[in-house]
Ligand binder design. Sequence first.
Ligand SMILES: C[C@H](N)C(=O)N[C@@H](Cc1c[nH]cn1)C(=O)O
Ligand SMILES: [Zn+2]
Ligand SMILES: [Zn+2]
Length: 478
Amino acid sequence: MAPNLDPYFKQVDKLSESFIDRLRKAVAIPSVSADDARRQDVVKMSEFLVSELQSLGAHVESRPLGLQPGKKDLHLPPVIVARHGSDPSKRTILVYGHYDVQPALKEDGWATEPFTLSIDDKGRMYGRGSTDDKGPVLGWLNAIHAHREAGIPLPVNLLMCFEGMEEYGSEGLDAFIEKEAAKGGFFANADAVCISDNYWLGTQKPCLTYGLRGCNYYTIAIHGPGQDLHSGLFGGATQEPMTDLTRVMARLVDTAGQIQIPGIKEMVAPLTEEEKGIYGKIEYSMANLHESLGSETGIFADKENTLMARWRYPSLSIHGVEGAFSAPGAKTVIPAKVIGKFSIRTVPDMESEKVDRCVFEYVKAEFAKLKSKNTLDVQLMHAGNWWVASPKHWNYTAAGRAVERVYGVQPDLTREGGSIPVTLTFEKATGKNVLLLPLGTSTDAAHSINEKFDRRNYIEGTKLLGSYLHYVAEEEMG
Ligand SMILES: C[C@H](N)C(=O)N[C@@H](Cc1c[nH]cn1)C(=O)O
Ligand SMILES: [Zn+2]
Ligand SMILES: [Zn+2]
């Protein structure tokens, strides 16, 4: 029997301004995990979640993760675990999200202050973390809030796990999840897992996601002179780290996106005839791609190849150079040490360590060809595995029914090009099905300037998360 969700939906609409206020407070905390100087803000964000969850009647614990590996005296932010309900006759759903965000500076090109939620007349709510992942995390809190206010009991027991290092490779979380998923641990009773930390393929049609790419993130450090130098005085007389770095990095990938490192392509699972048929049926167009890119600079002319490039083939992206001159103006410096950063998105059947070996060997060989007197060091910064699951499970059926109820359409089944490394950890540690249930759209600009979350997606998304819990309670175990 379909649950009567109308009173819950009414309550969500009634509380919508307070939900937006909750997001405003969260965005105002610059919880940037990659910036050591912001660690106190990441902790402050964890405290905000603790106090919100407590006020909603949840049992909450802030669990320390110890010192951050490779850093002196810097503590990892805590993992917030919470429980709402512990009725043995109900199903138990474990939800995960992250409360840290990517770095953001107004001078990167933001139209508004990145840590101030700014809402325009179309209901677009701009701010760092609005869609990735503070909005969706608060969606779970909002769902509890609306049930409480409406006097409707939650139809399941809800376990929550919110971390503060996702944007920095989820340091320390794998071991934590493994421990808490074991007998007697906080997550031991979970029947299924739901993660809301990715995006719709376009802007109108919701989707359920059953696959992710992995991410191996590397640094190439090149140093030579003892300090930065005047290029007029020493240019031409010294070997320059930046020259070597740009030459090595230019050999990693070509303009058509083809990875130049031998051994990488060979690891990719072959495309089967059955799989080939999937991509044409997905509701997606080149116009959707161009809308997300804000340009027509896609590599492929058709949607099938575009989707495969995003989901089932590896990619290599060059992210930046630490130590290089990047400010406006014309500084005539020779940087003494530069660190190039790039990552490889991995897919089935790539093995992370094998990828590392190919990368290290190739980078060193390309540098050797330069016959430079500078020194090079190539390192893996962090790695997270790819994941592909079966969407034929009651967890996905329940989410599909919830999408139909809230949005009136059947969701697309998608894979995601981004990475959520702990997804595989949750699957392996709990032995349960994991569902990715995105709330935001392809134009939300996660990780970019002007990140936003649409008001509609936040409010209807809160309805979706709550509905999903009701349909989960009704689904036959399969
Ligand atoms: C998809 C998710 N919202 C996300 O943004 N994940 C990050 C994870 C990551 C990997 N290295 C650093 N952060 C991503 O895909 O980049
Ligand atoms: Zn995220
Ligand atoms: Zn992210």
